[in-house]
Design a protein around this ligand. Structure first.
Ligand code: GLN
Length: 259
């Protein structure tokens, strides 16, 4: 009987030790927080899909930040216009979507330090009468295609005195790709969009060209809820490290090879 007790005790100690090891590891796994990023994966080369996988500059930057924070990255692919609201309410921890820092958006969210420059350009049909920015007119003679809620939309829809073409002359599409299809179909005569996606769309579609001019120059940054200053600081530190390590340039060069 005594021996039996002894064996039982030994088994129990082993069982406890095994549990310590296994449960300990489990606890650690559970402790690793999730960093939820919202994006709109129709914006190559910043975010797009290859099969089921999310790829692009923003995806890799977000992953590198999550690695530095020892967190698991979770990607939510949503409409561009719902990113800021979702960040504001805490549905998403951050918005990374080739997102331009604007005064208006700064009223709703904070932005990290900028990690890239974006340029708004104009795509037209090859051989179009529109040869320069001066040929763009808000007099009803042409329609402008934009991706809804982007800076291209916001600026183009503005009044003439603010440099826009008027809301009535702008047609909003869910994605830049849809705006480009409308251009090909002759429904709009110009598409105003960020330069890198513009290049990707022109490459993928025949009969289009980009005007050799900058319509606007902007900074891309990561949107974070105003009250989440702790995450903002962590993200800014991570971005600074990625910059110092050359990792940021490496990611950008991978998708936008320097000429
Ligand atoms: N840079 C533009 C903006 O912030 C477009 C971004 C996008 O379409 N993903 O509005």
């Amino acid at each position: 009987m005594k021996k039996f007790l002894k064996v039982t005790a030994v088994v129990m100690v082993f069982a406890m030790l095994a549990c310590f090891a296994a449960c300990g590891a489990d606890d650690k796994g559970a402790e690793k927080g999730t960093l939820v990023m919202a994006t709109n994966a129709a914006f190559p080369p910043y975010e797009y899909k290859e099969g089921d996988a999310f790829v692009g500059i923003d995806i890799e930057i977000a992953q590198a930040i999550a690695d530095k924070l020892d967190m698991t990255l979770e990607i939510k692919d949503v409409e561009f216009g719902s990113i800021i609201g979702g960040v504001q309410t805490g549905k998403f921890d951050m918005g990374i979507a080739g997102m331009t820092v604007t005064d208006e958006r700064l009223k709703s969210v904070n932005f990290s330090t900028s990690y890239a420059t974006g340029i708004q350009v104009v795509i037209v049909a090859s051989g179009s009468d529109i040869k320069s920015l001066d040929d763009l007119k808000g007099d009803g003679s042409m329609k402008f295609g934009v991706q809804q809620d982007t800076t291209g939309d916001i600026y183009a829809s503005d009044t003439a005195e603010n440099g826009g073409y008027g809301e009535d002359n702008v047609i909003r599409y869910k994605t830049g790709a849809d705006a480009v299809q409308a251009l090909k179909a002759g429904k709009v005569q110009a598409v105003i969009i960020d330069n890198e996606p513009a290049k990707a769309f022109v490459e993928a579609n025949e009969g289009l060209e980009i005007l050799d001019a900058e319509w606007a120059r902007e900074d891309y940054a990561i949107a974070i809820a105003k009250e989440n200053t702790e995450l903002l600081e962590k993200v800014n530190n991570a971005l600074a490290e990625l910059k110092d390590e050359g990792k940021l340039a490496e990611i950008i060069n991978k998708y936008i090879p320097a000429k």
